[in-house]
Design a protein around this ligand. Structure first.
Ligand SMILES: [Zn+2]
Length: 170
């Protein structure tokens, strides 16, 4: 695609990086500019993450499917189905970068088993031990009336409550 009469594609796709140069037209040149791509780029820019192709592609997948909880394996399967060539290790790394940047929350339901959550507002979860499903509990629906003092030299950054449930009779 030509922008101002000059094909910029080779300039801006060297390596795996799409440089953030603050000019919307440059992205139109590099990739199909859909509203979702545009929002994905905005989100990455807002948290100062370089918009690599893989980050943009994964952010797009997350945005296209609304608020939800998912595992790295699930997102990797979606990426494969969408023709995004990305390894599971890269998906893990990217999800942790998104989490560290505040784009996602990680919900650790048990050691070695975690879900990622696109809902980054303060809220809690029901976790069904039988189905493995997570369900949101709005933050205002649950009050924690007594918290212990945090260990010396630390402060509480967030309180996540997971209420474990199972079908009646299990
Ligand atoms: Zn949630």
């Amino acid at each position: 695609m030509r922008v101002r009469g000059v094909c910029l594609q080779l300039l801006f796709t060297v390596g795996n990086i799409i440089p953030w140069i603050g000019h919307r037209d440059a992205y139109i040149c590099c990739m199909k500019m859909t509203p979702v791509t545009s929002i994905a780029l905005e989100r990455l820019r807002a948290v100062s993450l370089r918009p690599t192709r893989q980050r943009v592609a994964l952010a797009r997948l997350l945005l296209e499917n609304g608020e939800r909880h998912f595992t790295a394996e699930q997102l990797h399967s979606e990426a494969m189905a969408a023709g995004v060539p990305v390894s599971l290790a890269t998906v893990y790394n990217t999800l942790h970068q998104f989490t560290d940047s505040g784009l996602l929350h990680e919900v650790i339901v048990e050691p070695g088993r975690s879900y990622f959550d696109t809902n980054t507002t303060d809220h809690h979860h029901f976790f069904c031990e039988t189905t493995g499903q997570l369900q949101d509990i709005p933050g205002e629906d649950l009050a924690v009336s007594k918290l212990p003092s945090p260990p010396s030299g630390t402060e509480i950054s967030r309180v996540d409550v997971i209420i474990r449930i199972r079908p009646n009779g299990d």
